[in-house]
Design a binder for this molecule. Sequence first.
Ligand SMILES: NC(=O)c1ccc[n+]([C@@H]2O[C@H](COP(=O)([O-])OP(=O)(O)OC[C@H]3O[C@@H](n4cnc5c(N)ncnc54)[C@H](O)[C@@H]3O)[C@@H](O)[C@H]2O)c1
Length: 324
Amino acid sequence: MTESTRLTTPFTARATADEIIAGVDLTGHRMIVTGGASGIGRETVRALARAGAEVTVATRDPARAEDLVAEFTGPGPGTVRALALDLADLDSVDAFVAGWTGPLHALIANAGIMAVPDRRLTPEGWELQLATNHLGHFALARGLRDSLRSAGSARVVVVSSGAQLRAGIDFDDPHFARRPYDPWTAYSQSKTADVLLAVGIARRWSADGITANALAPGVIITNLQRHLSEDTLRSFGVTTDETGAVAVPDHYKTPAQGAATTVLLAASPLVEGVTGRYFEDNQEAAVVPGGPEPMTGVAEHSVDPAAADRLWTYAEETLGARRR
Ligand SMILES: NC(=O)c1ccc[n+]([C@@H]2O[C@H](COP(=O)([O-])OP(=O)(O)OC[C@H]3O[C@@H](n4cnc5c(N)ncnc54)[C@H](O)[C@@H]3O)[C@@H](O)[C@H]2O)c1
């Protein structure tokens, strides 16, 4: 992709999800938002349902989406329901896939965890951030491929992060079995894997009418930061006063603004047919060398087709060899 072919939209970085799809009618569109009960995912669900979509919130605890379901119960065109899904538990992913019937117009891989302080493993022995953010979503997307195909035209949207700039995939030790565990390196690796998943799907499923793109939502205060200490948050410029009010730097977004790029990729006609790309602030991002310095753009290692293919094979083999 060159500068001249980079896709631009009329939307500013501050546009909200509702502004992005104003006038778009999603009636009859069936969509899944993982992690849709909180944070950015919750605002994604609301914007898509307001535009008329039938949205399924895939969440570990469906009770947490009760108010969302209630908000869209009634005469309006959009509906919301909540179904159980634990991405770190492949039996749960399999059960979710087995329970899905009919077409699927958009799969939004939004759920995620960040900077888990110690090296935690799933029952299969996989590092928790890679397992949740990537391997669970890989299994989910693969399991739902027929449903995506049967929609005729379907989109996969993967919520990554600017953290993908900081680390590629360590194919020799993805689960930190030998190298020292670092919470941020593990997060960055998993977010690179998110972009590579979109690239991998774009390389394989285009003939099925399925597109896939990844994005960074910006920086938004949500439950995602729960593993960060007050000192770390202060170093990011986030402070909490004695009343509990949180003050954030100017570049932080609201959840509704954070959901905007996801909604652009899931539903806007502006990106019809676009696949294998990475967006931030509602525009396609520039490809840059990864490393500690760049704050925007997508790292070369995150969109490298060879890395995408290698990760795809790795994920297939890993899932195939899972402990029962
Ligand atoms: N908030 C930010 O500043 C920011 C920045 C960059 C990227 N992101 C990405 O945005 C996405 C949404 O994060 P958010 O900020 O809304 O945080 P959040 O914590 O509010 O939402 C994440 C959701 O994922 C769910 N989840 C976690 N583990 C799961 C599992 N095993 N199975 C099913 N669901 C699980 C959580 O329950 C939660 O609902 C994440 O992928 C995150 O990496 C967020």
